[in-house]
Design a protein around this ligand. Structure first.
Ligand SMILES: [Zn+2]
Length: 92
């Protein structure tokens, strides 16, 4: 289930910032530590697969303006990503 909301801390319910989540995703899915209670949150494995699926088709896209389409798409996905990625405390 995809919901368009910024993730909150699973422990103390303080929301993470857009920037924190953005940096986590593009820093190789780093764990996020809550600023308030210091609980570490790990990205849900299924989210990594979703990102892969979003980006995958463009390796095969051979149409006109290929580079423009890819750059626009990646910008769109990356600016939206903090709203639909999910973190959890459990590392599994
Ligand atoms: Zn917290």
């Amino acid at each position: 289930m995809i919901t368009l909301s910024i993730q909150k801390c699973c422990n103390c319910s303080k929301p993470f910032s857009y920037k924190e989540i953005f940096c986590s995703i593009w820093g190789g899915y780093r764990a996020i530590e809550c600023n308030y209670c210091k609980t570490k949150h790990f990205i849900d494995t299924s989210n990594k697969i979703v990102f892969g699926l979003f980006l995958f088709p463009f390796f095969f896209y051979k149409g006109s303006y290929r580079i423009v389409v890819i750059v626009l798409w990646i910008s769109l996905i990356s600016s939206m990503s903090p709203f639909f990625v999910k973190y959890k405390i459990d590392k599994k």
